[in-house]
Design a protein around this ligand. Structure first.
Ligand code: GAL
Length: 975
């Protein structure tokens, strides 16, 4: 047995943690690469490790997780521990990896003070150098550094590491994510130096424009070291360290203007480099400020995740994340729920992202023990909590991007939190502290909750939210809490199609400066690339691995798909967070800056005028440079325009004027649209009398052929057109499934039978000017249904008008299923067309999918896409690909007549090669059949998306009202 897996003591043999910068400036040898590897099923191992003969062992890559390199499987749990709750012990079934490699000590290296640095070993490791044990530790996402000086040999050295999948530390690491063991971050040998650590205090006085700098330099053993500093960027040389300097004319650091300066520290004949940024974080009158300016974080929760490498990210992966965030108008990251690779933080410094850095602490699984024995409430664990916190704060203390320390996630409260809060306040009083899950908030400088409804957020903005139960009897604590700024650490659960309401939240955030930031859950789907035997690629979720318990699909809840392709949700979030708001009203354009720090000089503006989606004219627009929060109204002299058929829309956009570090010139950051005029209507011919002609078994309504007995549609001119029905179903989205029993609308739909609607035709009313097919659609068992009338009237020899009347019938509103009211997934008609149709062109919102509560990223225009590119392949098949507020749409193919649809008012349109039921039945994209047909949905409405997969119920305004409804379209057969 070994300590690392059975005691609350967090480590043995680690040296005092220190900053990443201090390490960077010393010489190092990378020990990443190929190691010898042996996996044992238990922590006892299959034999002694130091001195083992590794000749027969496998080889493995470091950094990496062994479960992603062919040894067992990754396991996904959300809240459950994958071992019995019996702290601090874990079972014998505990796969353990032995890693061995040799390295050569570089010639001329000073051995004294040399260390081994492990940037991340999940979950615990024990290390031998040249046969001598030098230490062990827990803390998976934290650095561990060990002194090795005396043990280093000239020439070849042998390093052996035993890594345990589970350890006592795993009790502190129950984040909602995959359990991924291994040496998953770099391993380094570092040279000993006189400069042991650097602590930079770089504040900014916004009243004078001065930087206030003190650099504390410590030598071996942690004592102060006499040192001097240079800041060539500010013309400063040989300033003494350890004293405060006020420096005039400093450019402060912010996420919008991330100015960094190179600092050189000199001591004992050595030099060390550190990049620094000046900034001061404060909370004044309940408002979070940086450099005296209130800020609002528009953020995401980011786990480290790659669909092949797990939490072993390359520098390019990290850079990709940062660039994508910047390009999507995000300005903040919460490092959910552990310190990331240090390079990620350096990238945030460089490119400009506010960072809430979170400790590697979550004990969520104690919920299954009624929070008995929860480590933060048990003093035995306090040293471990302090050590974890210290390893984070010491490593990352010099990053200007980190403006808030978050102590932990979802671990309730206790003495341990008092201890780590006190430790942080003492060590780094310059940054405020966040912790969400202790409802007294006494350790936190922020009020914080997760997944509130719009109403709850609005109340928080007014500081009128309900008092948390934990503070009901504590008026003093409650008035402190109510005065705090509000940090929405998680909202808008991005699982599957959604999230909805991003724009609604944004509107509320803008209403109060109590809102200092909000973080969408989450950045990227955690899933693994896999291939079926037939060669089809898919993305694995927890339930695809034969293991219990598992968190199923909850790991697929990011704004990026697992392969880092942006989901429509990210486009939506980018639009909602655009840095300038452009409102086009008639011929006037109002631009409002939403920057908080910088002006808009870097932006260039352009406009384009389109009629019926066809460009008529375009030009540049001169908008004065705006200070943060400022607005300007700019008149636009448009060329004389003669009018015509279809709507005229003016689109104004703002783009980056010159190449920036994160985007090329021309990258659009914001746009706005306004309707100039509605144009002349397209279909002028009124329904014509006399176009109805009954011939035996069929009846013709202009070009439309119906079955005279059943009313079934057969063709429109030469175009076969069949299966026209009322359709209320959609393949439930992840959000339709809610969370277990909570908001599980899909379960209600199935229980009620909305997925199995039955249809009846009651009769045909045929007269000279129209044919009406009367019917009723309803689920089995239920007393309620929808009475329908499809009225066909001829328009001309190629066109026919369809008017759809839907009337609710029976007790819809009488809660037939538990406490759920019956609501509809969709309401409209569906019809089948030939598979030979290939493309869809439409005028309406596009180019991407859009829904009632998620449509801001879509613009009015004329768009054209192959039918097979209209859908979005969510990893779990579900409703997708809807086009919203469509005025007209045209389906075309080669060698087949096409179909044009003109709607009286905007409708929802979906076109795909399978039915809703096909989509619903599939559990992986490759299971969706591709039928020999094209299905066209012409919907009066689709239910909104919401974010109930974890979050509130869909806001009422996005439900489809169950009321009498009429809408109409003209169908035209085209060549
Ligand atoms: C939160 C938690 C996250 C994640 C999310 C749901 O409660 O902090 O880690 O589990 O819910 O996906």
């Amino acid at each position: 047995m070994t300590d690392a897996i059975q005691t609350t003591v967090p480590s043995h043999g680690l040296r005092t943690p220190r900053s990443q910068g201090a390490r960077h400036s010393r010489r190092s040898v990378s020990l990443s690469g190929t190691w010898r590897f042996r996996l044992s099923p238990t922590a006892q191992g299959t034999g002694p490790l130091p001195g083992a003969d590794t000749a027969e062992w496998d080889e493995i890559e470091v950094p990496g997780h062994w479960v992603l390199q062919g040894y067992g499987d990754p396991l996904y749990t959300n809240t459950a521990y994958p071992f019995p709750i019996d702290p601090p012990r874990v079972p014998d079934e505990n796969p353990t990896g032995d890693y061995v490699r040799t390295f050569v000590l570089p010639h001329g290296w000073r051995r004294e003070g040399a260390t081994l640095l492990f940037q991340g070993a999940d979950s615990a490791a024990r290390v031998w150098l040249n046969g001598t044990e030098i230490g062990w530790w827990t803390g998976s996402r934290l650095p561990a550094e060990l002194d090795v000086g005396e043990l280093l040999r000239e020439g070849e050295n042998t390093l052996a590491v035993r890594v345990y999948r589970f350890s006592a530390g795993s009790y502190l690491e129950d984040q909602d994510m995959w359990w991924l063991p291994g040496l998953f971050r770099d391993v380094l040998l570092l040279e000993g130096r006189a400069i042991d650590d650097i602590h930079v205090h770089a504040d900014y006085d916004h009243t004078t424009g001065e930087g206030i700098l003190r650099v504390d330099v410590t030598g071996p053993g942690g004592g102060p070291l006499e040192a001097s500093i240079d800041l060539p960027g500010l013309g400063l040389r040989e300033l003494p360290a350890a004293v405060e300097h006020r420096i005039a004319d400093v450019a402060p650091w912010s996420a919008e203007s991330p100015t960094l300066y190179d600092l050189t520290v000199r001591a004992a004949g050595e030099e060390a480099e550190q990049r620094i940024g000046f900034r001061t974080v404060s909370i004044t009158d309940g408002v979070l400020q940086v450099n005296g300016t209130p800020i609002r974080m528009r953020g995401v929760n980011r786990h480290e995740q790659h669909w092949e490498r797990g939490r072993s990210l390359t520098y390019d992966d990290m850079l990709t994340d940062v660039l994508m965030m910047k390009r999507h108008n995000l300005n903040a990251v919460r490092t959910a729920h552990y310190p990331p690779h240090p390079d990620f933080l350096a990238l945030c410094d460089t490119y400009g992202l506010w960072v809430v850095e979170e400790g590697d602490i979550e004990t969520h699984g104690f919920i299954y023990d009624g929070w008995e024995r929860n480590p933060p409430a048990d003093e035995a664990w306090t040293p471990a909590l302090i050590e974890r916190t210290a390893r984070m704060v010491e490593r990352d203390k010099n990053h200007p991007s980190i403006i808030i320390w978050s102590l932990a996630n979802e671990s309730e409260g206790g003495v341990g939190f008092d201890a780590i809060e006190a430790w942080v306040r003492d060590r780094d009083p310059s940054r405020p502290i966040h912790y969400e899950r202790d409802r007294t908030y006494h350790n936190s400088d922020f009020y914080s909750v997760m997944y509130p409804s719009l109403q709850e957020v609005a109340a928080i903005g007014r500081r009128e939210e309900e008092t948390p139960e934990a503070l009901a009897e504590n008026p003093e604590g409650e008035s402190r809490r109510r005065a705090l700024p509000f940090l929405l650490c998680e909202f808008a659960h991005a699982q599957g199609n959604g999230p909805g309401s991003l724009a609604d939240y944004e509107e509320i955030f803008a209403s109060s400066d109590r809102f200092c930031g909000a973080f969408v859950w989450e950045w990227i789907d955690h899933g693994y690339r896999a291939t079926t035997e037939a060669g089809e690629t898919y993305v694995r979720h927890g339930g695809d691995i034969d293991y219990q318990p598992n968190g199923q699909r909850y790991c697929h809840d990011g704004l990026l798909f697992a392969d880092r392709t942006p989901s429509p949700g990210l486009a939506q979030y980018a639009k909602v967070n655009e840095p300038v708001r452009i409102v086009v009203s008639g011929r006037a354009v109002t631009v409002t800056s939403r920057y908080q720090v910088r002006d808009t000089a870097s932006l260039a503006y352009g406009w384009v005028l389109e009629r019926d989606g066809i460009e008529v004219a375009r030009g540049d627009l001169d908008v004065p440079v705006l200070a943060p929060g400022e607005s300007a109204e700019v008149p636009l002299a448009l060329p004389g325009e003669s009018g015509g058929v279809g709507e005229a829309w003016l689109t104004v956009s703002a783009a980056v004027r010159e190449d920036t570090a994160w985007a090329p010139a021309g990258h659009v950051v914001a746009w706005g649209q306004g309707l100039l005029d509605g144009g002349a209507p397209r279909h002028v011919s009124p329904a014509q009398a006399g176009g109805v002609d009954q011939r035996g078994e069929t009846v013709a309504v202009g070009p439309l052929v119906l079955d005279a007995r059943t009313g079934a549609v057969r063709a429109l001119g030469e175009l076969p057109l069949t299966d026209l029905q009322l359709d209320v179903w959609r393949a439930p989205t992840e959000n339709d499934h809610g969370q277990g029993a909570l908001n599980n609308t899909a379960k209600m739909w199935r229980a009620v039978g909305l997925d199995r609607m039955l249809h009846r035709v009651d009769g045909l009313d045929i007269d000279a000017g129209s044919v009406t097919v009367r019917g009723r659609t309803a689920p089995a068992t239920q007393p309620f249904g929808l009475v329908t009338a499809f009225t066909w009237s001829p328009v001309d020899e190629r066109s026919v008008r369809l008017t759809v009347d839907i009337t609710p019938d029976g007790p819809w509103h009488d809660t037939p299923y538990g406490h759920h009211r019956v609501v509809l997934p969709r309401l409209g008609v569906r019809l089948a067309l030939p598979a030979s149709l290939e493309s869809l062109t439409w005028f309406g919102l596009g180019p991407g999918e859009a829904y009632a509560d998620s449509r801001e990223a879509a613009r009015v225009g004329r768009w054209s896409l192959p039918i097979d590119s209209l859908g979005v392949s969510y990893p779990h098949p579900q409703e997708n690909g809807n086009r919203h507020r469509v005025r007209w749409a045209a389906l075309a193919g080669t060698g087949t007549p096409g179909l044009r649809v003109d709607a009286d008012g905007p409708i929802d349109v979906t076109v795909r090669r399978c039915t809703n039921h096909d989509l619903d039945r599939a559990s992986k994209p490759y299971e969706i059949p591709r039928r020999e047909a094209t299905y066209l949905h012409l919907d009066h409405a689709l239910r909104g998306l919401g974010s109930s997969s974890v979050g509130p119920a869909l806001p009422e305004q996005y439900e489809i009202p169950i009321e009498s409804t009429r809408y109409a379209v003209v169908l035209t057969v085209t060549d």
